[in-house]
Write a protein that binds this ligand. Sequence first.
Ligand code: KG4
Ligand code: ZN
Length: 337
Amino acid sequence: QQGPVVLGIETSCDETGVGLVRDGVLLGEALSTSMDEHARYGGVVPEIAARAHVQAIVPCVRAALASAGMAASDIGAVAVTAGPGLATALHVGVSAAKAYATALGVPLYGVHHLAGHLAADLVDGQPLPNPLIALIVSGGHTSLLQVGDLARDPIVHLGDTLDDAAGECFDKVARVLGLSYPGGPAVDRGAAGHDPTALAFPRPLLGRNDAPYTFSFSGLKTAVARWAESHPDSGVASGDVIASFQEAVVDVLTAKAIRACRDRGIADLLIVGGVAANSRLREVAASRCAAAGIRLRVPARRRCTDNGVMIAALGDLLVRAGAPPSPPDLAAMPGAY
Ligand code: KG4
Ligand code: ZN
């Protein structure tokens, strides 16, 4: 017997994402972004993101349904990112999800954005190994987690960043180096083919036994800013500088993730979130994991950044596990929880 078609909605930041998943199979999807509208401010402006979500949400749901060859009446459950994220942006998705669930008379599941990232490639691959170590690296988060059954077990936080998230560091450093917005992809492109060992930027908290799973990126950001100040004539920074900065981030992320696997005796590592789209991170993680005997799983690039498919995939997992739906007074939870 078939399970319900799960509509997934994601609006925690600047992407309006919609996905349709049933029994682990992707049926349809749509994605709209307000990224370009934020470029001249150098970062996501919450009010602009929220207005864009209001405009995009219904067309995105319609487009996803059209790509699946389905009608709204085929939807059997709704999952939505409840948080964390930008408050005004989250309210749009949560309100839309409640409206669809109420109008269609189907259950509603408010889900955690990070759990959604963990489910990102369930529709493309095998079920997740249990247990696994997950490295979540996005614009808002840098966390090492121990994950069991995603639908049933609480996620154990091993460590987080003390200051900037890895993606935030990419974005801020890109600005300092004169690269375009958003910074992560610009650094990735700018570093390609250049020497990552040209400059020795700091590796914050690397090898620190008192903080094995804790990250810090503000010092690295400052170090690159100092380099830029002392080279005022460089204009757009050279590829070697960009590659050296990227290498420092990648070195710290991969070393700490592998250490967590070793310490915990877990041989499966999952890397997700927008920064998991980074070419060098994917490359270094693959070679270091192979050397350490760790199985590495990284979703396809388009499933690393925010999208609705990951929320639909998680909702589908919850439905199949018989998890209780959210109460009708579900509210957005912008803060960390
Ligand atoms: O997961 P995501 O789409 O949104 C959040 O939940 O934050 O992650 C966005 C972050 C941004 O900081 C962006 O610069 C970074 O992911 N990012 C990258 C790459 N693509 C996106 N960072 C490094 N290399 C990339 N190729
Ligand atoms: Zn995200």
